[in-house]
Design a protein around this ligand. Structure first.
Ligand SMILES: O=C(O)COP(=O)(O)O
Ligand SMILES: [Mg+2]
Length: 224
């Protein structure tokens, strides 16, 4: 079975607002106030909690303070868990595209570098967990993206053939995962780092989820 595997942050959902709020809670605890700014730092936010703490420490002139980053990471996860869906929205057309792909016979699944429990919680709160045949997070296996096994195992657990999958993502990590796996990569251009996606030379760029079914058929053929 052919499987369409989605990244989560920055691909299916714009999670940047809640991630930034959680990081700012940590900086306030350090006595610094809201260090990260939404529009400007959304691209970093979508790279995860550690990336945001690292950026904030750089802004504070404490770039090498790895111990503080380690100490605050659990607090960030706690703060994020409490307000995981306050600002977060699914990108327009994402779930319609998922439904169309399923109707066409493809398996659909999620492979994210977000911790599994947080990804489960977010997808459940957004009311879309059941739309996906499998969901693997950063800690679901001993390896994570860009290790291709993270992608392969996601496809397998969705009932698919790992050799016949495609990864839809928003980052160099997704691009490198697909390349290591030897499968096509689609990168979305509607996120904060959208203009950087073409330079990663994916097999396709996606400007609008409405185009996804036709892009998938072009890249891996009809489902059956
Ligand atoms: O949280 C991260 O590190 C990124 O998550 P993603 O893989 O869903 O983009
Ligand atoms: Mg992402």
């Amino acid at each position: 079975m052919k499987t369409v595997v989605f990244d989560l942050d920055g691909t299916l959902a714009d999670t940047s607002g809640d991630l930034i709020a959680a990081a700012n809670a940590c900086f306030r605890d350090m006595g610094e106030g809201d260090v990260l700014v939404h529009a400007e730092d959304a691209g970093t936010a979508l790279r995860g909690g550690r990336a945001m703490l690292t950026l904030g420490m750089e802004k504070l002139g404490r770039a090498n303070d790895a111990a503080t980053i380690d100490r605050y990471y659990p607090m960030l996860l706690d703060a994020y868990k409490r307000e995981i869906d306050t600002h977060t929205i699914l990108y327009p057309g994402a779930m319609e595209a998922v439904a169309a792909l399923k109707a066409a016979g493809y398996r659909v699944a999620i492979c994210t570098n977000k911790p599994e429990a947080l990804a489960e919680l977010l997808l459940t709160r957004l009311g879309v967990r059941d739309a996906f045949g499998a969901m693997l997070g950063a800690d679901s296996l001993a390896v994570r993206k860009p290790d291709p096994e993270h992608l392969f195992e996601t496809a397998r657990r969705a009932g698919g053939d790992p050799a016949q999958c495609v990864l839809i993502g928003d980052s160099d990590t997704d691009r490198n995962t697909a390349r290591a796996a030897g499968v096509p990569c689609v990168l979305v251009t509607f996120g904060p780092s959208g203009e950087d996606m073409a330079a990663l030379e994916p097999e396709a760029l996606l400007n609008d989820f409405a185009d996804l079914p036709e892009v998938i058929e072009r890249l891996i053929g009809k489902a059956a």
